[in-house]
Design a protein around this ligand. Structure first.
Ligand code: FES
Length: 56
């Protein structure tokens, strides 16, 4: 599912970033650009990041 329409970032992409070593929303944002345009996706993307990090 697309989380960020502006940057074309999916929940899978966020989880993969965490698998590859991202440990915070800031890491994910810097790696993907997610949340850097309109910002509407930030809340959902943060929650997915938090969940993925807690499972890592
Ligand atoms: Fe993610 Fe706009 S939907 S920055």
């Amino acid at each position: 599912m697309y989380v960020c329409m502006c940057k074309g970032v999916t929940d899978h992409r966020i989880r993969r970033e965490v698998d590859d070593g991202a440990r915070s929303w800031r890491d994910v944002r810097e790696a993907t650009g997610c949340g850097t345009q309109c910002g509407k996706c930030a809340c959902t993307a943060k929650a997915i990041t938090r969940e993925a990090v807690s499972e890592a």
